[in-house]
Ligand binder design. Sequence first.
Ligand code: ADP
Ligand code: ASP
Ligand code: MG
Length: 470
Amino acid sequence: MRVVMKFGGTSVGSIQALQQVINILTKARQQENHEVVVVVSAMSGVTDRLLTAAHRAEAGDEDVAHEARVEIEEKHANASLQFLGDTPTRNELMSQITALLNEFEALCHGIHVLGELTPRALDVIGGLGERMNAPQVAAVLTNAGIAAQAVDATELIVTDNRFGSSVPLIDETAQKSQTRLQPLLAQSIVPVVTGYIGATLDGIPTTLGRGGSDYSATIIGRALAADEVWIWTDVNGVMTTDPRIVPEAHPIAHLSYAEISELSYFGAKVLHSQAIRPARRVGMPVRILNTFEPDHPGTLITGDAQDGNKTVKAVSAIKNMSLVTVAGPGMVGIPGVAGRTFTAVARTDTSVMMISQASSEQAICFVVPTQDVGRVIRSVETEMIREIERRDLDRIRSEDNTVVLAVVGSGMKGTPGVSGRLFGALGRNKINVIAIAQGSSEFNISLVIAQGDAERAVQVIHKEFELEKP
Ligand code: ADP
Ligand code: ASP
Ligand code: MG
């Protein structure tokens, strides 16, 4: 079987984790005879350090970059010493890492001098962690008897130029990935590809957004017509909710593409929000597995979901959202108000998380990330300026510090009473629901609540639908 295996930050972030990676690959290749492509994230914590340093340099503080550099260098030096010893291979690896860190400090210096950090520069800096780690993992594997070669995904994944959350171009990526990776696979060499990054047609580096290595894995899986994609992380699969909020959360054996796409879109960090799309397009199974408990079956994601007797399967929450309201006394009389509102939002390149219209048609509410809400309000107000001046519409309002909860399960479709139970439970616990939307798919109910209530609401819902029971 051809399998793309992605190892996340914690799965390559320590000596113990790297030993697990060696064990997993040895088994996959020698016992199971799989043909494997590896995708790696940066070592845990590295991407955060790099990005924070860039922002601090823009704000006038260059020292953070130097401190980050020292710490990141040490992290790689320790890991590589453990596996490679004081050898020429390690020296060569460390000089590659040092060169990348020199580049990092030079970039931060430039940002500090200019006082300006562009999205394009941020993507170059953000991607350095993966570019340091792929050669390290390749060297560690080769040293353990698994022939491996680091490959920079800028040679494989072609994207548009939306820096910070770029979108892959499918045909170009397939062609480049096949040309570059097939010869390695033919020689039984494991390609170790940098997650998270890509490049435009002109070769300018981009990133796929935070947590984007998951997306890299499914993009490459699709490009190489892999049989499966395995996402190795630090939990036993997709859980009924974030285990940090509900300790009784437990892994779900089987989810459909539709279910995981709702969960990841609405904040379940275990999978990048877009990562399932390439797999779904071609019906490629995806597994979420635990690097630290590799015999656990984890979660299998395919086209159909076996429900058992569950209606609700999982709940997720996405924070730092703002609910925007377009309303006013003359609202009903304004033609095309919804169309004009959302066209104005689209001009800001913001994605709308959720829409809800009261039946009275007196108001339209929608949710956008708080970081974008200022631009969204300005754009809608500019569009509606005449109506606002005539007092047909009020000034556009927003309620910040809100959270969107998504309650997900394909068994909800056609089962009466699910929303009654949901809102009953929230009401009994005095949790105020600000807005509601039910997807047309009927297997997702989304609701907006105050950020302060979010964790309690997740706990209440988890309990109400007995998600703690396997
Ligand atoms: P990686 O570095 O392997 O990509 P992430 O930290 O990005 O790992 O994602 C895994 C983490 O996602 C888990 O450790 C867990 O805390 C969090 N998480 C949030 N929601 C869920 C969920 N529904 N199921 C599993 N994990 C979740
Ligand atoms: N290293 C990147 C991040 O921290 C990508 C990833 O981990 O998936 O966002
Ligand atoms: Mg992740």
